[in-house]
Design a protein around this ligand. Structure first.
Ligand SMILES: [Zn+2]
Length: 386
């Protein structure tokens, strides 16, 4: 073997070694790629499991963190965990029985709604005796016509005048009601109860289903804002209607004024941009502005009825209502206490839950005031109507 042949032999064995090394490296790379693909697939599978398919729902419906949320759901960065994302309507509905960061928001207003539904029913039964209610449900005829027996106050449910009727019940506030006295029309009272129920129910529905998809999230937030506006507008009906019942022009001015403000608020908040967290304080200021409008008729009514015995009771209830709404709004805007300890109040105790509780307390205080207004107008009729 010549030197050249020897050299060729050495070179070919070197080449073989290089080829072997390259092959092994390639094999390792392929294996690594396979492993990585498998890992990525597992990760993607897990992610899909977490997020859930938009239409098919989620198999295990795991909860996600704030950082995993899409932009439209990033409302409160101090609530770190337990978010639902892209859940089907069915899964969202049954999540009412699961712990997540909206559970108490849903339940608080659902309990408030049930409470007001109960109050409405008890007042309806009070207005209409049970026998007549049964008659409505069996014959589907509402007793509004003059042909119906009006020996009790059912005729006054939608009546526009204050009439003399026979009452045999006592006031829940110890105000003396004599057997024969006036009974005020009750529809403004029921308008307020209806508005409160609409607000509380729409809020619960919004908190329960807004995790479903972006379009539904935007729609439900709008309905929620409409609900709050409707609750504020309808809250004005019992006080304005009963206090200024003998001065229809003031009734028209104040009720017209708050209705226009409410419509303006609703139209403004229908724009999706105002649903974002950036406009939290702006939204609150619109609602507070509507509430503050009430100061004008309140001062007017107090001055006109300065010597009215129930004045202090009414003012007490309305002050409690105003304080409840204001304290609730402070929590809503400031996001206390979760801003002090992000992640600590994700499930219970965060600002929105506290805000919900104060909304219910405010509505209950106003309900108390509305009963006294009704009592007041039942005792003092308008001279022209009596
Ligand atoms: Zn809410």
């Amino acid at each position: 073997m010549s030197f050249v042949e020897k050299r060729r032999g050495v070179m070919s064995s070197d080449q073989d070694q290089v080829d072997e090394v390259t092959l092994t490296t390639n094999k390792i790379m392929v294996m690594n790629n396979k492993k990585m693909n498998k890992k990525m697939k597992m990760k993607m599978k897990k992610k899909m499991k977490v997020n859930g398919a938009k239409n098919d729902g989620c198999s295990s419906c795991d909860l996600v963190t704030f950082d995993e949320l899409p932009g439209y759901m990033k409302d409160n960065e101090f609530i770190r965990n337990y978010y639902r994302l892209n859940w089907s309507l069915k899964q969202a509905l049954f999540s009412i029985f699961r712990w997540h960061n909206e559970t108490l928001n849903v339940w608080s207003h659902l309990i408030g709604f049930t409470l007001f539904l109960g109050l409405t029913c008890s007042n309806l039964i009070h207005v209409l005796p049970v026998s007549e209610l049964l008659n409505i449900f069996t014959t589907w005829s509402f007793p509004l016509g003059p042909e119906v027996n009006v020996s009790h106050n059912s005729k006054n449910f939608f009546s526009d005048t204050t009439e003399l009727i026979d009452l045999k019940h006592s006031s829940p506030f110890g105000l003396e009601i004599t057997p024969t006295q006036l009974e005020a029309t009750r529809w403004p009272f029921f308008v307020f109860l209806g508005g409160s129920m609409f607000c509380l129910l729409s809020s619960s529905i919004c908190h329960l289903f807004s995790c479903h998809s972006h379009p539904l999230n935007v729609l439900l937030l709008r309905i929620d804002y409409v609900g709050i506006s409707v609750m504020i507008i309808t809250s004005f009906f019992p006080p304005i209607y009963y206090v200024f019942q003998c001065s229809p022009h003031w009734q028209f001015l104040y009720l017209g004024g708050i209705t226009i403000m409410g419509i303006f608020t609703i139209i403004t908040l229908l724009s999706p941009i105002f649903s974002t967290s950036k406009f939290r304080a702006f939204r609150a200021s619109l609602f507070v502005g509507m509430g503050l409008f009430g100061i004008i008729p309140a001062v007017h009514a107090t001055l006109v009825n300065w010597h009215e015995p129930s004045r202090n009771i009414i003012l007490g209830y309305e002050l409690a209502m105003a304080l409840s709404y204001l304290i609730g709004t402070v929590f809503y805007v400031s996001r206390i206490p979760e801003r002090w300890r992000p992640g600590w109040f994700d499930l219970a105790g965060h600002s929105h839950q506290i805000f919900h509780v104060f909304v219910i307390l405010g509505a209950l205080s106003h309900y108390g005031a509305a009963l006294v207004f009704l009592d007041f107008r039942s005792k003092i009729g308008c001279e022209t109507n009596v």
